[in-house]
Design a protein around this ligand. Structure first.
Ligand code: AMP
Ligand code: MG
Length: 363
């Protein structure tokens, strides 16, 4: 069933069975949202990664509306979401063999591929680039919405620019209520971190944004080593990140984020000391830590997420924790050293962005 929210003009459609099969009422609500997108409107919708803010990717005016609803710079291109391979053919100039292999293995799923554009997707969607970023999401609601909208939805994360990506319906409502036409409520996103972006448009295959699909998984599928854009791993690197969006400070809460690296025990002791110091200076304190360590900290806000070797658990909770820290007016937020191997690289990358690319290394 769908309800209209109390806001000025944003309708809310609640999906009864996000995991499927979609009910009759779900299909009806999604059809209505598809109509809104076809007519040039904006609808936020769930995916397996985070909520997307969707508009018709082939309509430059819709993309302009997306940029303005988010307050996002218009040179930061949007990802085009599709729901079958045929749709890919017409928006790219060629489908390289690597794309077919990765699509076969990881689509539908949390992988975005950057390919040479055929020119069909307007430059207002691609941020003026000759390439286009494409993803086929795994979420049933998202797939149905794409089909009902004409096959191509441009969708960045459904947050106001600079805020953490929304990982549950309530955060989308917080940021987008009154700014867009509709929101589809599909509950909490399973992954909670944006897709991996891999560039297949140049001479060298490269990960532009780490995510749930790791370099190891890509390398294994392609039979050749896939590396990450060095500019996003090393804050001192002189080259600019190749994905325009990775150049902006992102995901930033109001408080100062302080990641701490080192052995478990050294990190724990350091955070205990620094918490006491911050408190003595009258600051409101926050900690994002492993569940094992949570009870040992004396802070105003404590959010825990699985164990230190579980980057997936940490990533799933991270954005909502940052929003909690804002709601609680935390001035300083310490973050423990979750693993930075495999999928941990994606979590570490988002953590560093939220921290303005600095961390403390404890010997
Ligand atoms: P978001 O929509 O918030 O998940 O961000 C999309 C990300 O994809 C941003 O970092 C964009 O800069 C990046 N992106 C989109 N299209 C391209 C492209 N054609 N080439 C490189 N990066 C892209
Ligand atoms: Mg985003």
């Amino acid at each position: 069933m769908h309800t209209v929210s109390k806001s000025l003009n944003t309708a809310v459609y609640k999906i009864e069975q996000p995991e499927g099969p979609l009910t009759k009422a779900d299909l009806k609500a999604i059809a209505e949202c598809g109509r809104i997108i076809k007519e040039g409107g904006l609808v936020a919708f769930p995916t397996e990664t985070v909520y997307g803010l969707g508009g018709d990717a082939l309509n430059g005016g819709s993309s302009e509306k997306i940029y303005s609803a988010k307050g996002r710079p218009s040179d930061n291109p949007l990802i085009v979401h599709i729901a079958d391979m045929d749709s890919l053919e017409s928006i790219v100039s060629e489908i390289p063999e690597e794309c077919r292999i990765l699509a076969e293995r990881f689509w539908p799923g949390p992988l975005t591929m950057v390919l040479k554009s055929s020119g069909k997707v307007p430059k207002r969607t691609t941020g003026g680039l000759d390439t286009v970023a494409v993803r086929w999401p795994d979420d049933l609601t998202a797939q149905q919405l794409i089909r009902q909208s004409g096959g191509y939805i441009a969708a960045p994360s459904a947050n106001i620019s600079g805020r953490p990506s929304p990982t549950a319906f309530k955060y989308v409502l917080e940021d987008m209520d009154g700014r867009i036409d509709a929101i589809i409520d599909g509950g909490v996103n399973p992954i909670g971190l944006e897709s991996t972006i891999v560039d297949l448009s140049g001479d060298r295959i490269m990960v532009l944004r780490p995510g749930f699909i790791t370099n190891e998984m890509l390398s294994e599928a392609l039979g050749t080593e896939v590396v990450t854009d060095p500019a996003i791993l090393d804050p001192e690197c002189k080259d600019r990140p190749k994905a325009p969006g990775m150049r902006y400070r992102h995901y930033a809460p109001k408080g100062e984020v302080r990641p701490v690296k080192g052995s478990d025990e050294a990190v724990r002791e350091h955070i205990i000391r620094e918490l006491a110091l911050a408190k003595s200076m009258g600051k409101r304190t926050g900690v994002f830590c492993s569940s094992e360590h949570a009870s040992g900290y004396d802070a105003d806000v404590i959010r825990s997420a699985g164990s230190l070797d579980d980057a997936k658990g940490a990533a799933h909770e991270f954005y909502s924790a940052l929003r909690d820290m804002d709601d609680e007016n935390a001035d300083v937020i310490f973050v423990e050293n979750f693993t930075d191997r495999g999928f941990g690289q994606a979590f570490w990358n988002r953590l560093l962005k939220s921290a303005g690319s600095k961390w403390e290394e404890i010997k």
